[in-house]
Design a protein around this ligand. Sequence first.
Ligand code: GLA
Ligand code: ZN
Length: 681
Amino acid sequence: MTEPDTGSGGRLPHTARIPYGGDYCPEQWPRDVWDEDHRLFTQAGVDTLTVGVFIWSLTQPDESVYDFSVLDGILDRAAAEGRQVCLATGTAALPPWLAKKYPEVNRTDFEGRRHRHGQRHNFCPSSPEYRRSAMAMAGRLAERYAEHPALLAWHINNEYGGACYCDLCADAFRRWLRERHGTLDALNGAWWTTFWSHRYTDWDQIEPPSALTEHWRGPDHTAFQGVTLDYRRFMTDALLGCFVGEKKAIRAHDADTPVTTNLMGTYRPLDYHRWAPHLDFASWDNYPPLDAPPTRPAFAHDLMRGLKGGAPFWLMEQTPSTTACRDVNPLRRPGELRLATWQAIAHGADAALYFQMRASRGACEKYHGAVIGHAGRADTRVFREVAALGRELSELGAATLGARTPARTALLFDWDSWWALEISDGPSRLVRYQDVVHAYYRAAREAGADVDVVGVTADLTPYDVVLAPVLHLVRGDLAKRLEAVARRGGTVLATFLTARCDEHDRAFLADVPGPLAPLMGIRVDEWDARHDHVEQPVLIGEFATSARLVFEIVQLRGAEPIAIYGADFYAGTPAVTRHPFGAGQAWYVATALDQPGVDHVVRRVLARHDLIGPYAGHPAVESATRVTADGTRFLFLLNHVPESVRMPAHAAATDLLTGKRVEQGDVLALDPLGVAVLRLQ
Ligand code: GLA
Ligand code: ZN
């Protein structure tokens, strides 16, 4: 892997307003449709087009034939219309000739089946033929378009993901392991291979963990967590190697146009923190799970913003109306698109792009929502909403570009812990990393705190509060850095199943919670896991709540009890504790509290640092802050319910969207699903 070529803050494309538009595939259409497209784009305020994402079979119809005539036309036309292009390298879907000629480029799945040509995201990341072909394409595109007036940014590949288990990957894995572990002794120790007679005496004996080897019942059931963790890290790096290779090919011809790839938020297979230093700027595709509370997409926005040290990111895709890939694909209600877009901007997005600009006529995404539907009309509800938002964003201009989130609360998010927790046999398969982490995030956000979602190596000095829910693996100097947060007066919160294992998923040979035990001032010897219908009453002083799934039995070693269990043989023992440490505090939550319990605990923690927001009493209203380099402070207020909300303004401000000024105490009214962008004075 080559060294990343950017600092942690990265570099965003320079624009005069929030780029607005999205994925556009004119290669599917004759030229008279392009004319119509551009007419409608102008009407909708669209200034940015992501092109070439799945164009490889046209740009290279055979091994020795490159044909950029269609792409030339697309870019020239965009430039002529005054639009800018986010140019994809198009290497995420193999052209059929490549898959046929070099079968090694096709993936081998978890069950060991070598695939043939089909679908997309279908390449083996370790295949030299794939890498050579993809880099050649990226290089040729950069050579051709580096100076093109429409070029705004590079978009490498598309939604990198999945995994391959072929022999080339097995070899690459063994090389990766040598580099990571150095010796077989070290590897045997890390994976604890004396268990079940697994001691390796030659690197060649090591197999990728799959249905044919260590796994049963699928990717989460493994006999050896060590090898499975290392394979996920390796696959992250293998796919990242493809990205880095293409970026290098681009950089040979284009020294400075910012480069990204579209990530997927909380996407489990890839550890995006390993990717972050290699991206010039982060971008991601927001397709929230159905019926998810608004804090779910918000969480992913904050995670993506955390990748580049808090720098703004791009919303690379969202649907203007409906998805197609789910069993059931509900429509975004009137106003929901606008609200979701402002939510992204509130959390740090400096672009608002769609998938897709014109609906595909055939194949599996023909029913996916689009700005322009099959009938090509501008008088549809969706087009009107897109166009109204386009006008609003163009009126906003550059006001929010580059603005940062002044969060004093950090939530640690760690792919290693996510993987380790969910591939663990015991104590419970029902504990899902995202659910627990989201519960804490939600509590903080609904209390009005801005939250940075950051990796475990992030600088913790800017934060008053650090939340570390189910941080299963603790590595490096993290325990010391968390102690430092508390020592200087901050608050650290950890939960059940935090700090259980080292980076190889080996249990710490110490009291639970391992290296965090001194900070937490507790000791845990036993834990009980029960089915999710078993509800354990928990009393937090007068406040009665409940907990499920896992109940750790806590002994106090300096901490004081804040909550106690209400039933079973551990009734009366601590369920939540607080430990004074230096000038600060460490909180430990020993069980999966239900949301009201998490809310209660988190609000007490935030209150200690005066971090409860001014609108925390309005549960439907989300607030988020961004501050520009010159100190201008914006407070975004997002009403997530289809009823209007009225509340007293906490300070004098001007709403950028209406131009209206409010004084402190004036009634601030938000329409159903309405938004205000308050510039505070
Ligand atoms: C992803 C892809 C797009 C498209 C959309 C559909 O985000 O990147 O190419 O398939 O999903 O929702
Ligand atoms: Zn492979």
